[in-house]
Design a protein around this ligand. Structure first.
Ligand SMILES: Nc1nc2c(ncn2[C@@H]2O[C@H](COP(=O)(O)OP(=O)(O)OP(=O)(O)O)[C@@H](O)[C@H]2O)c(=O)[nH]1
Ligand SMILES: [Mg+2]
Length: 142
């Protein structure tokens, strides 16, 4: 199954894809939709700018699951309520950068993802590997 990762700029999508693929973590700005291992990585601008949403929607037709990511250092970015229903695949949520957030921050972001229609929601850190066992276990069941 192909997983697609979407979320605002710098929320950690590429680093997450690299860890899922077992690749070295190399920070690199994503310019367009690309494949990393079995995952489809997308630029944050494609979610932040509504005029790009058609690109995310068409890519979601090729994915078995979307991981909608929001990092717990980001309190200002608001995901549209019900956003997940726009895509052509099921949507799960990812609270990213869990290593820099306390329980309160993780919960704040988790609620935003749930409002956007993402379920279930996982908290992960691509840097430390926290939460990855649970996430990959879930992906294997899909
Ligand atoms: N603390 C922490 N930093 C992270 C984590 N994942 C990524 N980062 C850092 O966050 C920054 C952005 O990471 P990227 O993976 O490039 O973010 P992105 O969502 O792909 O960004 P765009 O391609 O611009 O949309 C980099 O400096 C990463 O090192 C994490 O789990 N914890
Ligand atoms: Mg990226």
């Amino acid at each position: 199954m192909r997983v697609m990762v979407a979320g605002p700029v710098s929320c950690g999508k590429t680093t997450l894809c690299q860890r899922l693929a077992g690749l070295p973590l190399v920070s690199q700005k994503t310019q367009t939709i690309i494949q990393i291992g079995a995952a489809i990585d997308t630029p944050g601008e494609y979610l932040e700018g509504r005029w790009y949403w058609n690109r995310l929607i068409s890519s979601s037709s090729e994915a078995g699951l979307m991981l909608l990511a929001l990092d717990c250092g980001n309190r200002h970015y608001q995901l549209m309520a019900g956003l997940a229903s726009m895509f052509n695949c099921p949507v799960a949520g990812l609270v990213t950068k869990a290593d820099i957030g306390g329980a309160e921050e993780v919960e704040f972001v988790r609620k935003r993802l749930v409002l956007a229609g993402a379920t279930p929601v996982f908290a992960v850190s691509a840097l430390t590997g926290q939460g990855f066992e649970t996430l990959t276990g879930y992906l294997e069941t899909r």
